[in-house]
Structures are given as C-alpha cells and as structure tokens.
Design a protein around this ligand. Structure first.
Ligand code: ADP
Ligand code: MG
Length: 454
C-alpha cells in the first residue's frame, strides 16, 4: 500500500521539471491531496481562484505526470473545501502499480520494480548490446565488466535494465548487498548528511552505506553536473568499490565524455564497458507493446498497436501512456478498445492533454528531425557549419518558446555544458537573422510549425 502523501510527493517530483519554479511554488506545490476515489485523485486548492487557475493551466500537466507515475490513476480533479462533501468516501492509501523507479525511494532495502525483468524486456538491434552486458552482469558471481555504463535517450529502457539486473542479482545472490539509487537521491542524501547538525555521524553513516556495497547502481549520473561536492564524494565511493572489485553500474542520457563532470570521474566512468541504447525500430516497438499488453491483460489488436508504434518513435514510456489512455478511455465510455473510432477519440483526448507541454526535448527533437542531424551532434561539441546553424536555431527556439520558464544556464548545461553567454549569443544572433535573412526565418517558422503540430 502506498500512502496518499507519498503518492502525491512522487507526482510532484515528476511535475516539478515540467513547469517553472514560480508556477510550481505558487500553484502546484500548494495543492493538498484529499484522496482517491474511482481511480480519480482529488486535490484541494485553497481558494476558488487558485482552483480556476490550476484547472485552466496546470491540470493537464498534473494529470499527465500522475499517469506517468501511477498509470492506473485515470484522472485528477481540483476541488475546494466546499466540494469536499460531494466527493464521497475517498481512499487515503492505495495498492497502485508504479510505472517507474519511484518505489526505490523506499530506503535501506533494495527495492526493484517487479515488472522490470529481463523476461519483460524486448531485445532488438537498438538495445541488444546493452541487454547482453546487463544480463551478463546479473548472472556473474564476480565482476567481469566494471563499471557498466548504459546510456541513451529518455524512456528507452535504462532504468528498466538496471532494475532487471537488481531483480536477477537479488534472486541469484541473495547475500549480496545491492543498492539502486538515482543520482538526485544520492546528491540529496549527501547534502543532507553534510548539513545534519543533529547527528555527528551522519556523514560517516552515509559513506558506510555506499562504500560497503557489493553492487552500486546509480541512475541518471548526468545530474552530477555542477555538483562539485557530490562529484568528489562519488569519486571516492567509486574508487573504494572499484578497488575492492565491487560491481558498479551507471546510467546516463549521454556518453561519459559528454557529461559535465570533473575529468578524473569521467575517466573512471569510461574505464569499463560502455553500452548505448538507441530508439527501437518499428517491429521492436510493436513487440514491446505486445509484451505490455500481455502483462496487463489488455486484448488489443495488432492494428491498434501498430498505430501507437507509428505515432511515437523515440520514447517507450510515451507509447505506454498512449496504450493506457486507449484502455482507460474505452473502459470509461464502455466501448471496445479495438474499434478505430474509440481509439481515435481516446487519442484526440490524449493529444489535447499533452499538446501544451512542450519541453526542451521536443524542440531539440524537432530541430534534429528538420535538419537531419543527430541529437548527440546537435548538443555536442562539433563546430562545422552544418551543425552550428541548427544548434543556434534550436537554442533560439528554446528561448523563444519556453521563455522565462527555463534559465539560460540550464539550456547551456543541456547543450553539453556551454556557458550561458554562448546561449545568449546564439539567441540574439538568430533573432537578428530572422529579420534580415529569409532562409533563417523560414527554418525557424518550419520548425516551430513542426513543434506545435506534433
Ligand atoms: P529510461 O530509464 O531510459 O528513461 P525506462 O527504463 O524508464 O527508460 O523505460 C520506460 C518504459 O519503457 C518502462 O516502462 C520500460 O518498461 C519500457 N521499456 C523500455 N525499453 C523496453 C524494452 N526493450 N522492452 C520492454 N519495455 C521497455
Ligand atoms: Mg530512467
């Protein structure tokens, strides 16, 4: 059972990155979870005005994030004190399947998502090497590949593979001390231990916890960027484990050399096996959807699955979201999920709920697609004109579309750790060119259309 507050905390974690800090603090973080009733999460707003603002601007985002973390919660409703009597009996805790790595917030004992196994992982060309390495590690008594570094875009299965290793290791070697941690968690724990004035042993306990492990898995290590203190701590943790021949498994959205961390840590991260995961081809995407349907007991035709797989090409989590949407919609309206009119209605709704959330990833993807350049080149170091122009246009579009909601420093970080002055330069240059150069203006317009008509 997961308690209501924990459910809401996890949703907040997911929402935080989708809106500006101001919007988050002013409106979203002010909401109080009331309970769950009929697969609907009720959130209390302090006044009708706040409710109005949230309903209009943030409800869809909150619903989408809720759906990402807890796929079985279908809807979110914002209420005020006056509405409370009409809701009926709400549940204050629930048995919810969690869709991602969130359960690992439970501390001390390694907890792995039960569904994230090797059996449930579909292997295709795009991920076969990463899968083979992960599988080998999960079967090995001693370390063969160390560290293992998995990298690839969002929603392509890195976390799934790590949990699969965890599930399998726990079964094969129950005596091993295994820990899975997201980089953010590690950073937060480190900072908390550092500032813990109530417990003089806090730092020592923190170190012991991580340096006495048999297996350490750290997810999304790109978030070590700019955290010098934590990098130093990670460096020593890494060395101690590595020298004691303990297994280290890392994941990131980019290869080690492109993470903005100190050189010596980069070198350490790259000394073992580096395996990338690329977006899967159409057949693999359909196979993944079939597997998900089998696991969840959804009887969906291949026609419907193909439609989803054709619509979403580079993020499996989003494909799952669409799948869940079709199922929940058909259940709500009492229709057959294999009927194309039901599918289309469900997806119209889905498109509505996602269309207003444009993220930096969308803009980058649209630019790459338009100029036919690779994402890693666009955000990487290459300086040839074929890359530099798309990069500058992309940065301009990010500044223009996302505006104040994203600081220039973060954009610079996203683009391989560039300085914010570089971001400003690109932005101003393209802004100027849009006025004087028809070609640039046309590029910008076309990509913008692409982003809004996605
Ligand atoms: P990442 O950590 O790379 O962002 P996740 O591991 O969270 O991605 O994967 C997102 C979703 O896609 C998860 O529900 C996961 O089970 C699913 N998924 C990814 N790759 C595969 C695959 N090859 N086979 C089956 N499911 C997959
Ligand atoms: Mg992940």
């Amino acid at each position: 059972m997961i308690k209501l507050q924990q459910i809401w905390d996890n949703i907040l974690l997911e929402t935080e990155s989708k809106v500006s800090t101001l919007q988050y603090d002013l409106y979203i973080n002010q909401l109080q979870p009331v309970g769950i009733h009929n697969d609907r999460l009720y959130l209390l707003a302090e006044t009708r005005i706040v409710k109005g603002i949230v309903d209009k601007n943030y409800k869809d985002i909150i619903r989408k994030c809720t759906n990402l973390v807890f796929p079985t919660i279908i809807d979110v409703e914002i209420v005020t004190e006056n509405d409370l009597d009409n809701i009926g009996d709400v549940e204050k805790e629930a048995e919810l399947p969690v869709s991602s790595s969130y359960v690992s917030l439970v501390d001390d004992k390694a907890v792995f998502v039960a569904q994230y196994t090797f059996d449930n992982f579909v292997v295709g060309k795009s991920n076969e090497y990463a899968h083979a390495v992960a599988y080998a590690v999960s079967e090995a008594e001693t370390t063969k590949y160390n560290p293992v570094f998995l990298w690839g875009g969002v929603g392509l299965g890195k976390t799934h593979l790590m949990h699969a290793i965890g599930n399998s290791l726990q079964r094969n070697f129950p005596e091993k001390k295994i820990k899975y941690v997201t980089c953010d968690q590690f950073v937060n724990e480190f900072i908390e231990s550092l500032h813990d004035t109530t417990n003089p042993n806090a730092m020592k306990n923190f170190r012991n916890k991580y340096r006495k492990l048999d297996v350490l898995m750290m997810d999304d290590v790109q978030f070590l960027a700019k955290k010098e203190g934590t990098q130093e701590e990670m460096f020593h943790t890494f060395n101690e484990l590595y020298l004691a021949n303990k297994q280290i498994i890392l994941s990131s959205d980019r290869p080690p050399k492109e993470i903005q961390i100190e050189e010596r840590l980069k070198t350490r991260f790259a000394t073992g096996v580096i395996a990338d995961i690329q977006p899967p081809d159409l057949e693999t995407r359909i196979a993944i959807l079939q597997k998900k349907c089998n696991a969840k007991g959804y009887g969906l035709d291949i026609r419907v699955l193909s439609l989803i797989a054709e619509k979403i090409t580079n993020n499996i989590r989003e494909m799952e979201g669409m799948l869940n949407r079709i199922i929940s919609y058909s259940t709500l309206v009492g229709g057959n999920p294999n009927e194309m009119n039901i599918v289309h209605d469900a997806l119209r709704d889905y498109a509505d709920s996602t269309s207003d959330i444009i993220t930096i990833d969308h803009i980058v993807a649209a630019t790459c697609d338009y100029f036919r350049v690779k994402r890693e080149d666009l955000i990487g170091k290459k300086k040839n004109k074929e890359i530099v122009v798309p990069r500058q246009i992309c940065i301009y579009l990010i500044c223009d579309i996302l505006g104040q909601s994203i600081p220039l420093v973060s954009i610079g970080e996203y683009f391989g750790g560039r300085d914010h002055t570089t971001v400003m330069h690109a932005r101003d240059k393209i802004s100027e060119e849009c006025k004087n150069n028809d070609t640039t203006a046309a590029h910008v317009k076309d990509i913008r259309d692409k982003i809004y008509n996605r």
